[in-house]
Design a protein around this ligand. Sequence first.
Ligand SMILES: Nc1ncnc2c1ncn2[C@@H]1O[C@H](COP(=O)(O)OP(=O)(O)O)[C@@H](O)[C@H]1O
Ligand SMILES: [Mg+2]
Length: 241
Amino acid sequence: MEEGKRTKDMILELKDIRKAYGKGDSYVEVLRGISLGVEKGEFCVLLGPSGSGKSTLLNIIGGIDTADSGEILIDGDRMSAMKEKQLTRYRRQHLGYIFQMYNLIPNLTVRENIEVGAWLSRDPLDVEEILHTLGLYDHRDKLPNQLSGGQQQRTSIGRAIVKNPDILLCDEPTGALDYNTSKEILQLIERISLQYRTTIVMVTHNEAIGAMADTIIRLRDGKIRDCIHNAARVPAEDLEW
Ligand SMILES: Nc1ncnc2c1ncn2[C@@H]1O[C@H](COP(=O)(O)OP(=O)(O)O)[C@@H](O)[C@H]1O
Ligand SMILES: [Mg+2]
């Protein structure tokens, strides 16, 4: 990912994205002109302190929130030109989302939560295979409240990747997990990147996690402060913090 760079393999391009919240005294400019591009298959980590606008930016990319100005291109298509139906289709079929707080459906089992993702896709991966890959097969009939945090996050990863999404958006996916479980989850995300060549944009405030990505972008006060290409990705297993 490079600012301003443009090739035919660019899956995601952001041009001068701006976003503010509130009015009068509570007015705050959260994103103050963000431009970047992500290539197909690239693993990109967005680093920034709490409140720097990471979630806002990810939600705008995910079509959950809208920018005040600027342009987003998905595979060359302008998001602002998409009709509601087209945008819904993009979200359902091409995007996977992993949140800090799992957001599983409480009265559905592990398998059923993952199947929800499969139903949304025209070209889903095999649910059984995902259960095995994520080490959830033995837990497939449990409800979310019968699972540890790590198992719940694995289920939410399953729900996101079973769609075989073009882009996987991860918002602090290990934010609620202990050290060892965090590393397990990061290893799974790394595996998805290597195995399926899924384009990944992952947001975190943890500097150490950046080393596992192809590109590390630093966000501060609503602007990109730094964008570096990481020639040698560090295996998630070897990350330490
Ligand atoms: N819906 C909203 N309404 C008002 N302010 C918001 C809203 N969402 C985020 N903000 C503000 O925008 C800033 C950036 O938030 P956020 O994108 O969540 O940061 P990060 O994910 O980096 O911690 C914060 O100051 C936050 O209070
Ligand atoms: Mg956030």
